[in-house]
Design a protein around this ligand. Structure first.
Ligand code: CO
Length: 426
C-alpha cells in the first residue's frame, strides 16, 4: 500500500501568503523561524544569571483590588466623545486591537450613556413590573438575588458601531476606534421570564417597555416574545457586580439585540399592548432605507467580523510570518465560518475558529500568514447559519450611505511597503 504523503503544512491556502489554518496542529511551527532573537551567549542568557533591578529587593505589598501593570497604561477606552453641552452623554470604545481572547475586561467594556452614569444606592433600587399584568410586583435587589441565577456569555454591540465606515473617506482609526462599540462579558442574573410569569401576563400584552433610572429615563419597547425567551436581568458581569457604567445594580441584557435595548439601571418593566414610540425608537435607532423611509424596531445585530491584528495604525516590523487574528459575531446565532483574504478579496482561505463557539457571543479567529513585504489588503468575512457579511459595496448599494445603524460590511486594512497599516475601502 502506498504511503499517503502528508500535506505540506506551510503550503499556501490562498493567494499572497495565507497559510493553512491547521499549520500548528500539523507541526509546521518550527519551520517558520519565529524566534527572531536567538540566544547568542548561552551561558548567561539561558540561565538568567544576571540580576535584574526587580530581583534585588522585595516587590510591593499585597493589594485590595488588582489593577493592570503600570506598563499597560496605554490600553484604555478610546474615541471618547461627549455630546455638546453634556459631560456624561456619549460613547467610548473597547481597544479591540490591544486585547486577546473573547472576554472584554469589565473596565474596558464600551460605554454609551444618554445622561451620564447615575450613582444608585443598591438598597434604594426598586424594580417594578406593571401594566398588563394580573398582579403588579416590586422587587428590591435582595428580592432579585433570591431567584435562581443563570450565567451566559454574550456580546453587546451598539447599533451605531462601525458607522464611521459609511463616511465618504476611510477614517484613519484603530480597529477599536472603528469597531470598538462591541464588547463581550460573562453575565449572571435572573431570566426576565421568571418575573413576568410571577406577575401573570394579560392576554392582550405584546410589548414590554423597559425604563432606566438615569436622568434621561432612557427607555425602549421590547417584544414580549424576546422577554420570555432569553432576556436576562443582569446583576453580575465577569463574576463581580455590574460596573456603574454597565447599569449597576441591575440592567436588562437582550442577547443579539442592538445594545441600546439592553436598558441599564433598570427600574421599570411596563407590559403593554403597543410599543411606547419613545424618542430612542422613533427619532433615533431607526434604519434609513434608500427610498427615504425608516425602519423601526430592527433589533438583531447582523453577522460581522473584523481583523484586530494586524489592524489600523499598527506597524508590521518587516516581511515574514504573522498571525492574522480577529473577532466575529452575529445577533442571529453562532458564527459558522470566517474567511480571510490577503489580496483585497481576490482569493480567500478559511480561518481557524477558536472553541467554544458560543451563541450570540464573540468568536476569535486566527490564520497564519507570510507577508512578502509588498503592499497588500487584508479582509475578513464572517457567516452565520443564514447570512454572509456583505462587502462595503454590497452594503451601500442595498442601504445607501445616509443611514447610521446596523452597518456590518467587511473591514479592509491596507498594508504599505513600510509596514504601516490603515483603513481602506475596497
Ligand atoms: Co436597529
Amino acid at each position: 500500500m502506498a504511503k499517503k504523503q502528508p500535506a505540506n503544512p506551510i503550503a499556501n491556502s490562498a493567494g499572497n501568503g495565507l497559510l493553512d489554518r491547521r499549520l500548528f496542529l500539523t507541526g509546521g511551527l518550527a519551520s517558520l523561524g519565529i524566534a527572531l532573537s536567538p540566544v547568542v551567549n548561552a551561558s548567561e542568557s539561558t540561565t538568567n544569571r544576571a540580576r535584574k533591578p526587580w530581583m534585588q529587593s522585595p516587590g510591593r505589598a499585597l493589594g485590595d483590588y488588582g489593577q493592570p501593570s503600570q506598563h499597560e497604561a496605554a490600553v484604555v477606552r478610546e474615541g471618547r466623545t461627549s455630546q455638546v453641552g453634556t459631560l456624561g452623554s456619549g460613547a467610548s470604545r473597547t481597544p479591540l486591537q490591544d486585547l486577546q481572547g473573547t472576554i472584554t475586561p469589565s473596565g474596558l467594556h464600551f460605554e454609551r450613556h444618554h445622561s451620564g452614569i447615575p450613582d444608585i444606592h443598591p438598597e434604594q433600587l426598586q424594580l417594578s413590573v406593571q401594566g398588563l399584568v394580573k398582579q403588579p410586583l416590586k422587587f428590591s435587589l435582595n428580592d432579585l438575588a433570591r431567584y435562581p441565577l443563570t450565567t451566559k456569555t454574550y456580546f453587546l454591540e451598539c447599533s451605531g458601531n462601525s458607522a464611521v465606515n459609511l463616511g465618504p473617506n476611510p477614517a484613519l482609526l484603530t480597529c477599536g476606534g472603528i469597531h470598538g462599540l462591541v464588547s463581550a462579558s460573562e453575565w449572571t442574573g435572573v431570566p426576565v421570564s421568571y418575573l413576568l410569569d410571577e406577575a401573570g401576563i394579560d392576554s392582550k400584552a405584546k410589548w414590554v417597555v423597559a425604563e432606566g433610572a438615569d436622568a434621561a429615563r432612557m427607555n425602549r419597547s421590547i417584544p414580549l416574545d424576546k422577554m420570555l425567551d432569553d432576556a436576562l436581568l443582569a446583576l453580575y458581569q465577569n463574576g463581580e457586580r455590574l460596573r456603574p457604567e454597565q447599569g449597576y445594580p441591575v440592567r436588562l441584557l437582550l442577547p443579539g439585540y442592538e445594545g441600546n435595548t439592553s436598558v441599564k439601571w433598570l427600574h421599570r418593566l411596563e407590559v403593554s399592548a403597543q410599543p411606547a414610540m419613545s424618542r430612542q425608537e422613533t427619532s433615533k435607532y431607526t434604519d434609513l432605507n434608500l427610498d427615504g423611509r425608516a425602519e423601526m424596531f430592527t433589533f438583531e445585530m447582523g453577522v460581522k467580523s473584523a481583523i484586530t491584528s494586524p489592524s489600523g495604525n499598527q506597524q508590521l516590523t518587516g516581511k515574514g510570518y504573522y498571525e492574522i487574528s480577529g473577532l466575529a459575531w452575529s445577533g442571529y446565532g453562532p458564527v459558522r465560518k470566517v474567511d480571510v483574504s490577503a489580496d483585497g478579496g481576490k482569493t480567500w482561505a478559511a480561518a481557524q475558529l477558536e472553541e467554544p463557539i458560543l451563541d450570540k457571543s464573540l468568536t476569535r479567529f486566527r490564520i497564519p500568514w507570510h507577508w512578502d513585504g509588498t503592499p497588500c489588503t487584508l479582509l475578513s468575512r464572517a457567516a452565520d447559519a443564514q447570512n454572509h457579511q456583505p462587502t462595503r459595496a454590497q452594503y451601500t448599494k442595498a442601504k445607501g450611505t445616509s443611514g447610521f445603524y446596523h452597518y456590518n460590511a467587511m473591514q479592509a486594512w491596507r498594508i504599505e511597503a513600510d509596514g504601516g497599516i490603515h483603513n481602506v475601502y475596497v
